[in-house]
Design a protein around this ligand. Structure first.
Ligand code: UDP
Length: 564
């Protein structure tokens, strides 16, 4: 059945149910964004032309909202608790619905069981019931619940699951045996899924799929109105919880900021002013989302104190014409040195409060400075106040961009097919890889006629040997490309090393998330033995990693040029 775009979201609002404060927040958001979604659907329909889009039956089980997992978020919606997750789930639901797929939504274990066709109390029986869904979107909590209640079907159908996972799960932490042996400990378990089944809030490592969310987009008239109405001396502080004001050393930079600008906050409070917030700050309390947007429209500066990490608010601020000022982290924060990241299944190093804003947006919209350096901080404030900056929203965070990306995943990602992860190619015959004319990297010979049916298409492959100590994520970015883990199997061979003129004295095949790689001392080449461990993330000074890169569409890093 062909999927048909939908522009009326009232049925979705019914499907979302009611009661919980979190659902109320999500529904308000969806309602407010209806016109944007409808317009985006129209544009995408035009862009895709008559492309065949199969309608899928989709279950969305939001595990963290279930009573069974404690539902710690709902009671905090009106009290300054995290809202980013709810923003994202609301947008995922809207996108799936607008794209025209069949949708079921569950926020309790009971509903989950009845939708899976599992009789209550039979969860642990060795029972396989046919699964009435092509795809299931859930989170780590939901994954655990499905494992407990699906019996044998879990194993059979887990390739249909997509896990919404804010900060991402790197391959080394996903593979049970490897993680256990090498100390990649996590609080979230080892699921041996294809790493692309984990979907993140920002494009962290391309080992996972980038899901994202949306921010409201302005038309030209609105943009002009905002530019004309900006108060160049008005700053809003990022963060809803009073605790962010306890940050060490803040007196100094707050003092400087206060010399130049009127400082506003949206810190939640019960009855009296939160004592952490200094008297000179104009605190509005936690605002409803639309009023928060209004505040951002007037403000010139949105300033981060270092926490929360990587939420939606800075994108909203930039979309509303603010400059986002944030602190550089030196040394970078990670699961090794910071409580917040401890136990999370990633070793990613975070060099600022919002790495996406720093690396994908940057100046003039984003300034990342050392807050301990008063001169640098003060100079930034002055320069920002003088600057003229237009509202900006990266395409991948518009409704159209999100629809385009999710639809591409739905139609092309298949982790159930046996070829979902090709076997290591250690003994593969001569492949159609060729050394590029400038002898720097490998490409796929266009005329070889041997292109396997793969998505992304293999013609976008560019394979580079990384410098010692560099991860594939960074190596690809250095060349204006993005790492594409699904291409690893094509590179995992002696043939690839040979064509790159790497002098391997010996070649071995082992389980290691940094392989394929070349070790200089000893001239040894190593191939990957376990396909689940192919990883863009990760580095060691011992190895030059062999990295599969590809191009990407401007403003849509998840998709290659020929991916639509
Ligand atoms: N937000 C809000 N009222 C406020 C401040 C923020 O509704 O007073 C919203 C904001 O629009 C954003 C969401 O809270 O979409 C999440 O923001 P944040 O970046 O702080 O992420 P979190 O830490 O909550 O996940």
């Amino acid at each position: 059945v062909q999927a048909v775009f939908r522009s009326n979201l009232s049925h979705l609002l019914e499907l979302m149910g009611s009661g919980k404060e979190s659902l109320v927040f999500m529904k308000k958001r969806t309602k407010r964004l209806t016109a944007q979604w409808a317009l985006a659907a129209q544009r995408l329909a035009q862009k895709l032309g008559g492309t065949q889009r199969n309608q899928k039956q989709i279950l969305v089980h939001i595990g963290f909202l279930t009573e069974e997992s404690g539902d710690v978020f709902s009671p905090r919606v009106l009290k300054g608790g995290p809202l980013g997750e709810m923003v994202q789930w609301a947008d995922i639901l809207a996108a799936l619905y607008v794209l025209g797929h069949g949708l079921r939504i569950t926020v309790s274990l009971k509903e989950l069981q009845s939708n899976l066709g599992v009789p209550p109390g039979r969860g642990n029986c060795p029972l396989t019931v046919p699964l009435p869904f092509d795809l299931i979107y859930t989170d780590y909590h939901g994954l655990q619940q499905m494992k407990q209640h699906m019996g044998l079907s879990f194993k059979k159908y887990r390739c249909r699951i997509r896990v919404i996972d804010t900060f991402g799960t790197e391959p080394a932490y996903n593979h049970e045996e490897y993680a256990t042996l090498h100390g990649y400990r996590t609080n979230w378990g080892y699921w041996n899924l294809n790493p692309k089944q984990f979907m993140t809030m920002f494009p962290h490592t391309p080992d996972n799929s980038f899901m994202g969310f949306v921010s409201e987009e302005l038309n030209e008239t609105e943009k002009q109105l905002i530019k004309d109405g900006k108060a160049s001396n008005m700053a809003v502080v990022y963060g809803k919880e009073a605790s962010i004001w306890k940050l060490q050393g803040k007196e100094k930079f707050l003092g400087i900021l206060n010399k130049y600008m009127e400082i506003h906050g949206t810190v939640y409070y019960e009855s009296q002013r939160p004592p952490e917030v200094p008297a000179f700050v104009k605190n509005h309390g936690l605002l409803p989302q639309p009023e928060f947007q209004q505040l951002l429209r007037k403000a010139k500066l949105f300033i981060g104190f270092g926490f929360p990490y990587e939420g939606p608010a800075p994108l909203e601020a930039i979309a509303n014409g603010c400059v986002f000022l944030q602190s550089r982290f030196s040394p970078p924060h990670s699961s090794l040195n910071h409580e917040f990241f401890r136990g999370k299944p990633t070793s990613r190093e975070v060099f600022s409060q919002h790495p996406y804003a720093e690396n994908f947006i940057g100046k003039p919209h984003v300034w990342t400075v050392d807050y301990n350096n008063s001169e640098e901080f003060e100079a930034a404030i002055k320069a920002i106040m003088r600057s003229q900056v237009d509202p900006y929203l990266p395409y991948e965070y518009t409704c159209e961009g999100m629809l385009e990306r999710i639809e591409a995943y739905i139609q092309h990602q298949d982790f159930c097919a046996a070829s979902g992860l090709a076997p290591p190619g250690a003994r593969a015959p001569q492949s159609p890889l060729v050394l590029a004319p400038n002898a720097t990297h490998l490409e796929w010979a266009r005329d070889s006629g041997l292109a396997p049916k793969a998505w992304p298409p293999v013609y976008s492959l560019r394979a580079w040997l990384a410098a010692a100590g560099r991860a594939c994520t960074d190596t690809c970015l250095d060349h204006g490309l993005i790492c594409e883990p699904s291409f690893f199997p094509f590179l995992n061979s002696q043939d690839a090393f040979q064509k790159l003129q790497v002098p391997c004295d010996s070649t071995e095949s082992e389980m290691n998330h940094l392989y394929p790689a070349f070790a200089q001392p000893g001239q040894e080449c190593f191939l990957q033995k376990e396909p689940l461990l192919f990883s863009c993330a990760g580095s060691s000074t011992k190895y030059h990693r062999l990295c599969p890169c590809r191009d990407f569409r401007k403003g849509q890093v998840a998709l290659c040029q020929d991916c639509l």
